[in-house]
Design a protein around this ligand. Structure first.
Ligand code: NDP
Ligand code: MG
Length: 382
């Protein structure tokens, strides 16, 4: 039996993680979980899965929840609550499915307690990749990817030598606006941006897919997870999202992982690794019905966020922290109709231009730069 702690249980990845746990009651049990503000869903989840500890966003949610759950469920809140949920002694694996750099502190706390980390929360790796990966190495705990591209690469690397990798090839669907030119992006609405052609995901990552920042973040995520230099990480447009990513080796062989666009598959693999469990509920890939797969080179003039991410990665230090924080704030303004779609790119570019990167930053420096960048974007937009 694996005891699981799930951060972000009410989100898109969180609810799909519970779908996986529900299927294997003898193998997995939900020991603890965190939610943000969705108390109604949290109550349902608590009654079904009976976790011993639950963390909520703030005291407000605590007051709403505390009288509606069984008395043996411990309710905690805030950043301390998140870290408590991440460090319960009985837990062996922490699934990090929160959104944004708020996931950093509980991830580090979990690593220090020797927990295996199944990581969906890419912002944590982008903002402080060197700290997270160094701490994981030191504590000898695995960082298992949940993001579909990274799960694909992880699978394509099994049994291979890292020194024989020629490149990692991340595939990208192109997001909601893949059939529009740049000039058609000026007046796009939030509703249009939220219509992803292949995947059903949380709002922030759906916008990140439309701007292609999601792929930018994934480039940096891949760099840290697999310890591969940026010049060996490529992006390929592939609109069907069937090939989830590939590894090209020095002999010219390319190993890819394929599947239907269903996050439950990589989530399940992270939970069962190094084994695979039979799954009867996932739709199987039927290539004969799909017929054709399409590929196209990435156009960095069209998708400027990809170039920003390569640049932030190459500069290193605190520059990816700035890229990520600027993007988080810009996307939240866009979702509130207070910034245009192309405005997201321009404020990120300005934040990066203004910033002088600190190399090998400490955790305190990262937290400070993250906050300064959020304030910078706030002032810029207001
Ligand atoms: P959602 O927005 O759907 O869910 C986010 C979760 O985090 C919710 O449980 C939410 O709580 C909680 N949360 C939000 N803000 C805070 C906060 N400040 N403190 C504590 N908890 C908070 O996101 P997704 O599931 O789409 O994405 C989660 C992560 O996984 C992201 O990093 C994303 O990039 C990555 N990812 C997602 C994929 C997907 O298919 N969705 C695919 C690959 C990666 P509540 O809703 O209760 O307020
Ligand atoms: Mg992905």
């Amino acid at each position: 039996m694996k005891h699981i702690s799930l951060l972000g249980a009410t989100g898109s990845i969180g609810t799909q993680t519970l779908d996986v746990i529900r299927q294997f009651p003898k193998q997995f049990s939900l020991e603890a979980m965190s939610v943000g503000r969705n108390i109604d869903l949290a109550i349902e989840q608590i009654h079904e899965f009976k976790p011993s500890v639950v963390s909520v966003m703030s005291k407000t949610e605590y007051d709403k929840l505390v009288h509606q759950v069984p008395s043996d469920t411990k309710i905690v809140w805030g950043n301390e609550g998140l870290s408590e949920v991440a460090t319960i002694s009985k837990v062996s694996i922490v699934v990090n499915a929160v959104i944004g750099s708020v996931g950093l502190a509980p991830t580090l706390a979990a690593i220090r307690e020797g927990k295996t980390i199944a990581i969906a929360n890419k912002e944590t790796l982008v903002t402080a990749g060197h700290i997270v990966t160094n701490e994981a190495k030191r504590a000898n705990v695995p960082l298992l990817p949940v993001d579909s591209e990274h799960s694909a690469i992880f699978q394509a690397l099994q049994g291979e030598q890292k020194s024989e990798i020629d490149k990692l090839i991340l595939t990208a669907s192109g997001g909601s606006f893949r059939d529009r030119s740049r000039s058609d992006l000026k007046d796009v609405t939030v509703q249009e941006a939220l219509q992803h052609p292949n995947w059903s995901m949380g709002a922030k990552i759906t916008i990140d897919s439309a701007t292609m920042m999601n792929k930018g973040l994934e480039i940096i995520e891949a760099h840290w997870l697999f310890d591969i230099p940026y010049e060996k990480i490529d992006v390929l447009l592939h609109k069907e999202s069937i090939i989830h990513s590939m590894v090209e080796y020095i002999d010219g062989s390319v190993i890819a992982q394929l599947g239907t666009p269903d996050m439950k598959v990589p989530i399940q693999y992270a939970l069962t690794y190094p084994n695979r469990f039979q799954n009867f509920t996932n739709e199987r890939l039927r290539l004969s019905e799909i017929g054709q797969l399409h590929f196209q080179a990435m156009d960095v003039e069209r998708y400027r966020c990809v170039e920003f991410a390569y640049e932030a990665g190459r500069i290193g230090g605190t520059m990816p922290t700035v890229l990520n924080a600027a993007n988080e704030v810009a996307v939240s303004y866009f979702l509130q109709n207070r910034l245009s779609f192309l405005g997201i790119e321009s404020v990120i570019e300005q934040a990066m231009t203004e910033h002088e990167a600190i190399q090998q930053p400490s955790l305190e420096e990262i937290v400070a730069v993250d906050l300064e960048t959020r304030q910078f974007i706030d002032t810029l937009i207001k």
